[in-house]
Ligand binder design. Structure first.
Ligand code: ZN
Ligand code: ZN
Length: 581
């Protein structure tokens, strides 16, 4: 091989490195995926300074003989065997073949590997082979990448701070662990353990190891399939929401992927179970025929496109909705610790106040890790039982919170939120009804509008008639309402009509009757429900509780806020130290 050829190749590698190695996490991802391809059951990732100084990946996989090890660092190496379903990522083959030489061209790499008999040690700096020796024979691979981008300062600049590179690595390892529950993953940064899974093969246990008891005890198991997709996994109860979508973990044919429509299905399934700005923790495994997956996607991105996405959307939406419907979702007043929060805090403060935070972390970490995983899952209580549940009113605190009790504990119910939920479901049902009962108005209600509003409403007259209104044009830019659907609350007819017209004017454009109904039901429910600090008598309290437990979702107001919170007898006894632990 001529010198010029070598230089060209090295240059190509450096250029490729700029494209495929964007972050520390992309190096870690490549190395760990190599371990997984080599059937490793244990993968240990050790970073120094968030990986900026050093990245080490150790596995107990198949290992390589000397020839394969050398080949792995030559560009366009295609010696690797890929599984059948890798065909759907066929365009990544090029990337997978180029990644190791690319990484080696911009760092110092040392590789120790052994496929069973003789071990091999290679050292490569800036793409140049410095060492090629026989080494000890531990089966598996150990690869160390030091000083990434040392010879391309322009690229080095693009790496973010230690803390943000580390946060990306933590999130990557968590996702890899959740997508491979049979493999044990460990992540260290500066010898501090941040992720540890045992590789038990049990997804629920893996969720426990990553998020802690606070999350794992609040997960609902789901299973479903249709002709093209099998779905299984866990979705969280709405009491442990996060402020971003980072915990929508979707695994298609064993790969963690991102897909807009899958995420939309998850979010839509939680409609009115959560506020719009909060997001659940969801780990879903989706298995499908690889031919349904679009291959034309950039190799470093996780985005995928799927055929029959509408069928998958419907399946996910129904499965998650059913799971929420059939589970008892009253939040506990006492929150169990979430391992994840402690870790996030550590990562965030990693650079700022390292020493101090390390201490905080190590003590709290122990507390979190002491929470042992219980194999028996909590019995899933179906909603039908809640409907039999009786809440005995005790009184109303602060003119806002109904206090109730039963043999299991004490409950606080937000009177506005609860009534809002009851009214919301009532209005929504009424709005879907085709046989509408109407009430004639003794004094017709005139509604005067601007010229453009008048024209808008004129387009909606058939919708208003459908809803049970009798409306006529009456003079200049004015409609007169002569009858209304009976479900409109007495005394609030005019206010309600004005609200409906407002929503129609706001919605102007594409009219979606389903969305309109939802929007209208929420608005009217909020308007028509007793506010906080409004006195309600004991009979009204009793009636409200009876109606609440009969709702489809009695746990949240239509805006997603909780309606009811439980203090179990155990929580109370613990708070008053009647029991110690
Ligand atoms: Zn409200
Ligand atoms: Zn609300």
């Amino acid at each position: 091989m001529s010198k010029i050829r070598v230089m060209d190749e090295n240059l190509a590698n450096k250029i490729a490195a700029g494209e495929v190695v964007e972050k520390i996490a992309s190096v870690v991802k490549e190395l760990v995926e190599n371990s997984l391809d080599a059937h490793a059951t244990h993968v240990v990732v050790s970073l120094m300074d968030g990986g900026l100084k050093q990245i080490e990946v150790l596995d107990d996989g198949d290992g390589m003989d000397k020839e394969d090890a050398l080949l792995a660092f030559s560009r366009h190496a295609t010696s690797k065997l890929y599984r059948d379903d890798d065909l759907f990522f066929i365009d990544t083959l090029g990337f997978r073949g180029e990644a190791l030489p690319s990484i080696a061209s911009v760092s110092f790499v040392s590789l120790k590997t052994c496929s069973g008999e003789v071990g091999t040690l290679l050292e490569i700096k800036g793409g140049k082979l410095l060492k090629n020796e026989v080494s000890d024979a531990r089966k598996g691979t150990e690869i160390v990448v030091k000083d990434l981008f040392y010879n391309t300062p322009a690229r080095l600049k693009y790496l973010k701070t230690e803390a943000s590179e580390l946060a990306l690595c933590v999130s990557l390892l968590e996702r890899l662990a959740l997508s491979h529950p049979s493999v044990s993953f460990t992540l260290f940064n500066n010898e501090r353990m941040l992720v540890k899974t045992t590789g038990s093969g049990n997804l629920h246990k893996c969720i426990h190891e990553i998020y802690g008891l606070g999350v794992s005890s609040k997960m609902i198991e789901v299973h479903a399939s249709n002709d093209d997709f099998d779905v299984s996994g866990f979705v969280c109860k709405p009491e442990i929401l996060k402020s971003n979508r980072n915990h929508f973990i979707t695994i298609v044919n064993d790969r963690v992927v991102k897909n807009y429509d899958i995420n939309r299905a998850i979010n839509d399934a939680y409609y009115t179970y959560k506020p719009d700005t909060k997001f659940p923790i969801v780990v879903l495994k989706i298995d499908t025929d690889p031919t349904l997956i679009d291959v034309n996607i950039h190799p470093t991105k996780q985005d995928i496109k799927l055929d029959k996405i509408n069928e998958l959307y419907d399946l996910l939406l129904k499965t998650i909705k059913d799971a929420l419907y059939h589970s008892l979702l009253i939040p506990d007043a006492i929150k169990k610790p979430e391992y994840n929060e402690i870790k996030d805090q550590y990562v965030e403060n990693f650079v700022k106040e390292e020493e101090k935070k390390l201490d905080v972390y190590s003590t709290s970490n122990q507390v979190a890790l002491d929470l042992s995983y219980e194999e028996e899952k909590e019995e899933i209580i179906v909603n039908e039982e809640l409907k039999k549940l009786v809440l005995y009113p005790v009184g109303v605190a602060m003119g806002t919170y109904i206090v109730a009790q039963n043999e299991e504990g004490v409950y606080l119910i937000d009177q506005h939120a609860a009534q809002e939920r009851i009214n919301y479901e009532r209005y929504l049902k009424a709005l879907k009804e085709t046989n509408v009962l109407t009430t004639s108005l003794l004094f017709p209600i005139p509604v005067e509008l601007s010229a453009s509003e008048f024209l808008t409403i004129k387009n909606y007259l058939s919708v208003l008639t459908d809803m049970g209104f009798s409306v006529q044009e009456f003079g200049v830019n004015t409609f007169v309402f002569k009858a209304h659907p009976t479900w409109l609350r007495t005394g609030y007819e005019e206010e309600s009509i004005r609200k409906i017209i407002d929503i129609m004017i706001q919605n102007n454009g594409e009219f979606d009757r389903v969305k309109f109904n939802e929007h209208l039901a929420i608005t009217l429910a909020c308007k028509m429900s007793i506010k906080a600090n409004m006195h309600i008598g004991p009979e009204a309290v009793e009636e409200l509780l009876q109606e609440l437990v009969l709702c489809d979702n009695p746990y949240n107001c239509p805006h997603g806020r909780p309606t009811i919170i439980k203090f179990s007898i155990y929580d109370l006894e613990r708070m008053f130290k009647r029991v110690m632990n």
